[in-house]
Design a protein around this ligand. Structure first.
Ligand code: SAH
Length: 406
C-alpha cells in the first residue's frame, strides 16, 4: 500500500482517514494538536493514541517535518535556516524578530523559474514545487526550534508562490484552520513577482491573504529586463489584477521596490512609480539591493542619498513609504543566498540551469542573451565600461552574477 504524506492532509482529510480506520472523528483533533501545537512529527510520540492505532497509522502514513541542514544567526537576531525534504531538495526560510513579534519568511518552490536578473534563487534554476505539507513544515519546524510561536508569515523566500497555487492555497487553509495552526489570515502575506492571473485567482479564495508585489520598475522595458515575467504579464495587466484584488479584499497592497544603483533609483523612476500607483491604496517598501556576500555582484546597492530622495518624491505625493532595513546581511539573508552559498561550498559543478517560466525555446535563448547583459541597462550600468566585452561574448556560465566580473 502506498503511504500517504500526513503533512499534506487537511483537517477534514485526517477525519476521513481516521473514519476509514473505524476511529472516532476526534482522533483527528488529537493528531492535529500533536503536529500543530506540540510540534510532534512522530506517531510513536503521540501517546494519547492507542498503540494499535499508532501501528495502523504507521502502515499508512509518513509524517515528518523537514530536516535542518544549516542554521545561521545574524547579529541583528535574524535567523536563517536551510531545510531538506525527503528527496533531499533544499529550501531556505528566514526568521525575523521585531520586538515581541516574529515573522517567518517561507519558500514556496525549490528554486524558481522566473529568473529575475538580481535574484540569487533564479540563478540556481527551478527544481520543483513544494507540497502544502512542505510549506507548512518549514514553519512548524522553525517554531519547534524556537520553542515558541511565530505570529506572521511572509511568502518571500525562494520561489514564486503564485506558480504553485494549489499547494499554496492548501497551506494557507492548514495554517488558518481552527483545529490546525489557527493563524489569523491577516498575519499572512503572499509576495508575487506579478503573476496577474494568480492574483485574480487568489482574490477569490476564501479569506484571501495580504498581497505584496515585487515591482522594482514602473516602466515595461526596464521591468522586463529585470524581471522576464513582465514579458508575459505586463505592467498594465498587473495593475488590473491589483485593482481587482483591492476591490475584492479592501486591503492595502504592499509594493516592494528593490533599489539598484544607477538602474532604477533615479528621480524619473520614482515619478513613474508615483504615476503607476495612482488610484491604488498601497504601502511602498523600498529595499536597497542586498549584495551577495559570495562571488561578484553585477548590481550594487543605491547610494544613501538616492534612497532618501526617492523616498521623498513618493512622500510628497502622499504615498506611504518606508525603507526596509536590511536584515540578516551577515547570514546571506537575501532570497536564495544561503542555498547558493551551500551549493558553492559543496560543488564546483554548475547548478542546474533555469527553466524559464512560460517561455518557448527561442524566447528562452533571447532571455539568456539578455542576461548576457541588457542593452538598455548597459547605459545606466555602473560598469558600462564592460559593455563591449559583454555584448561581444555572452558567457554561458551558470550564474549571471559570475559573468560580470569587476
Ligand atoms: N517570487 C516572489 C517571492 C520571492 S522573492 C516575489 O518575487 O515577490 C522575495 C523578494 O526578495 C522579492 O521582492 C525579490 O525581488 C527580493 N530580492 C531578491 N533578491 C534580492 C536581493 N539580492 N536584495 C534584495 N532583495 C532581493
Amino acid at each position: 500500500m502506498k503511504k500517504i504524506l500526513g503533512m499534506n492532509l487537511e483537517y477534514e482529510e485526517w477525519q476521513e482517514l481516521l473514519k476509514s480506520l473505524g476511529e472516532p472523528a476526534y482522533r483527528a483533533d488529537q493528531i492535529c494538536q500533536w503536529i500543530y501545537e506540540k510540534k510532534v512529527d512522530v506517531l510513536e510520540e503521540m501517546t494519547n493514541l492507542s498503540k494499535d492505532l499508532r501501528a495502523l497509522l504507521e502502515e499508512r502514513v509518513i509524517l515528518g517535518f523537514p530536516r535542518r541542514m544549516k542554521g545561521e544567526r545574524s547579529r541583528d537576531g535574524t535567523k536563517k535556516y536551510l531545510w531538506a525534504f525527503r528527496d533531499d531538495a533544499t529550501v531556505e526560510s528566514v526568521l525575523m524578530r521585531h520586538g515581541q513579534h516574529r515573522t517567518a519568511c517561507l519558500s514556496s518552490q525549490v528554486g524558481c523559474p522566473l529568473d529575475c536578473a538580481f535574484c540569487a534563487t533564479g540563478s540556481g534554476g527551478f527544481q520543483r514545487n513544494l507540497e502544502a505539507g512542505e510549506i507548512v513544515g518549514q514553519f512548524l519546524a522553525m517554531e519547534k526550534q524556537l520553542e515558541g510561536p511565530i505570529q506572521n508569515i511572509v511568502f518571500m523566500g525562494m520561489g514564486e508562490p503564485l506558480l504553485n497555487q494549489e499547494n499554496l492555497f492548501k497551506s494557507l487553509r492548514m495554517l488558518r484552520h481552527p483545529k490546525m495552526r489557527q493563524l489569523g489570515i491577516r498575519h499572512i502575506t503572499v509576495s508575487t513577482a506579478g503573476i496577474a492571473p494568480g492574483i485574480q485567482k487568489m482574490a477569490l479564495i476564501e479569506s484571501p491573504p495580504r498581497l505584496a508585489v515585487s515591482l522594482h520598475a514602473a516602466d515595461d522595458a526596464l521591468r522586463s529586463e529585470l524581471m522576464p515575467v513582465n514579458r508575459l504579464h505586463s505592467l498594465e495587466e498587473l495593475r488590473r489584477a491589483l485593482y481587482f484584488y483591492q476591490e475584492k479584499t479592501g486591503d492595502r497592497i504592499t509594493i516592494e521596490y528593490l533599489l539598484l544603483r544607477g538602474i532604477n533609483d533615479e528621480a524619473d523612476h520614482a515619478r513613474a512609480l508615483v504615476s503607476w500607483l495612482r488610484g491604488m491604496h498601497v504601502f511602498v517598501n523600498l529595499i536597497p539591493y542586498n549584495a551577495s556576500s559570495e562571488g561578484e555582484n553585477f548590481f550594487r546597492p543605491p547610494f544613501p542619498e538616492r534612497v532618501i530622495s526617492f523616498q521623498k518624491i513618493l512622500e510628497e505625493k502622499g504615498i506611504n513609504v518606508e525603507v526596509r532595513r536590511s536584515r540578516g546581511g551577515d547570514v546571506a539573508a537575501a532570497c536564495g543566498q544561503l542555498k547558493k552559498k551551500e551549493l558553492e561550498e559543496k560543488t564546483e559543478t554548475p547548478a542546474p540551469s533555469g527553466r524559464t517560466y512560460g517561455m518557448g525555446e527561442k524566447k528562452k535563448e533571447k532571455a539568456k542573451d539578455r542576461r548576457g547583459r541588457p542593452r538598455e541597462m548597459a547605459e545606466g550600468s555602473p560598469r558600462g565600461e564592460d559593455r563591449k566585452k559583454r555584448t561581444e561574448k555572452p558567457s554561458k556560465g551558470p550564474s549571471k552574477k559570475r559573468r560580470f566580473p569587476d
